[in-house]
Design a protein around this ligand. Structure first.
Ligand SMILES: [Zn+2]
Length: 186
């Protein structure tokens, strides 16, 4: 067996305990078949910030997880960045509800697209790479979470990757208080 990189030693040790606790895990097709009938699955799209743990926030323990809540995480929880995963997971699990959860003190409100681009551009002189970097969007948030939540809920409502009957809910998470609040999106 290959040697575990030192940065991962603690994680691999903790994994042994995790592996010992794994019992009665359903196959994907069992989950899929359970899901098809009640059609009550929830898909959560949220930020990768380590202060935000969607499983803890919503009490998604091992039992609840088998009801097919799925979590997609990326920088900011931006939906344009999650569309491929949304399309695939919608096909597999047909969630009745999609939650778009952004949060207070998000990194995307502190670091904007120009900052990301400048860092990436400093690493390459190649004209094709520089053009590609310039033309990419990085999901900056220039206003409060309410603004990006409304933008991303609207994007999903208008997306062919999401069924028209899917309920899409915008939620703001306060990383300091641990509270969630539904944001009205007209
Ligand atoms: Zn964030």
């Amino acid at each position: 067996m290959s040697k575990v990189p030192s940065a991962l030693t603690d994680m691999f040790e903790r994994n042994q305990k995790h592996a010992e606790s794994r019992k009665g895990i359903p196959t994907l097709m069992q989950m899929h078949n359970r899901q098809r009938t009640p059609d009550d699955g929830v898909m959560i799209i949220t930020c990768a910030d380590p202060r935000l743990n969607p499983y803890a926030i919503f009490g998604l323990d091992e039992t609840a997880q088998q009801r097919f809540p799925v979590v997609i995480r990326n920088a900011g929880g931006r939906t344009f960045d999650a569309l491929r995963s949304i399309a695939v997971l919608d096909a597999i699990g047909s969630p009745s509800t999609i939650v778009v959860m952004h949060h207070s003190d998000c990194g995307m409100t502190h670091f904007h697209d120009a900052d990301v681009k400048n860092i990436l551009l400093s690493r390459t002189e190649d004209p094709a790479e520089r053009k590609w970097i310039e033309n990419t969007k990085y999901g900056e948030m220039l206003g409060p979470p309410e603004d990006s939540i409304r933008e991303d809920v609207t994007l999903l409502r208008n997306s062919p990757f999401v069924r028209k009957e899917t309920q899409i809910v915008g939620v703001k998470y306060d990383v300091f208080k641990g509270t969630v609040e539904v944001i009205n999106v007209p």
